[in-house]
Ligand binder design. Structure first.
Ligand SMILES: [Zn+2]
Length: 240
């Protein structure tokens, strides 16, 4: 990817930031700042930016879960990149077996779900035992991390290939048919269909509510549809 800035390496995996991520960061910060309308604009913006940072840290942890489980199956990761549609771990090759694909695909949502539960627990502790403003602030921070990670886990499990849920669907079809190519075609068709439905629903909501987040949902749906379509075309092209 051009215009990707390296943030360094962790577990020997390069973490990069694509220039387009700045748009997403600004969008998330702006959206969150609206929720803090009873604070002064500067404090609201600073708090929103901090929450956005926590969200993107959660995305990076999610991607590392995929990458480190992939490594256990001898599938190496070229890098982890944050970009306008979130994060992606680019694997060097396809998982060797359906079981490996299920393990690699589920690793991200499982870790996000575990972080959500831990953060919810920490929030409850702060709420109960620390009545100071610092305790209340920490409780809000933990609540945000819990919600962000729960959303990450659930959203990624939607069976729209090439998202995590779609990869699980492909692995199950691959297990049944023992034909990875046919499984990819079927899973990608489901993915494109779901993504196109999401685009249409988002555009309808945008038209009726004029709420800008729906424009981003429509764009994200379009990107997932395009990714699914690309996989579909590649799988349908006869090898050699
Ligand atoms: Zn994932």
């Amino acid at each position: 990817m051009v215009s990707t800035y390296s943030l360094g390496r962790l577990f020997r995996i390069r973490v990069g930031l694509h220039i387009s991520w700045v748009v997403l960061f600004a969008f998330v910060t702006w959206t969150l700042a609206q929720a803090f309308s009873d604070l002064t604009p500067l404090v609201a913006a600073a708090l929103a930016a901090l929450c956005a940072m926590l969200l993107f840290a959660s995305v990076v942890v999610h991607e590392f879960a995929h990458a480190l489980v992939a490594r256990r199956f001898d599938v190496q990761t070229q890098g982890i990149t944050l970009f306008i549609f979130g994060g992606v771990a680019t694997l060097e090759n396809e998982p060797p077996t359906p079981r490996a694909e299920v393990a690699i695909a589920l690793a991200g949502p499982v870790v996000s779900g575990a972080i959500a539960l831990a953060a919810a627990g920490a929030m409850a502790v702060c709420d109960r035992f620390d009545a100071t403003p610092l305790g209340a602030g920490a409780a809000i921070g933990f609540a945000y991390v819990a919600v962000a990670n729960a959303v990450l886990a659930v959203f990624n499990l939607i069976p729209a290939f090439p998202m995590d849920g779609g990869r699980v669907l492909r692995a199950l079809l691959w297990m049944r048919t023992r034909d990875r190519r046919a499984a990819t075609i079927a899973a990608a068709l489901v993915g494109v269909t779901l993504a196109v439905c999401a685009v249409v629903a988002s555009l309808v909501m945008l038209g009726s509510t004029h709420a800008w987040p729906y424009a981003w949902y429509a764009t994200l749906g379009g990107f997932i549809a395009w990714s699914g379509w690309t996989h579909l075309r590649t799988a349908r092209t006869p090898a050699g």
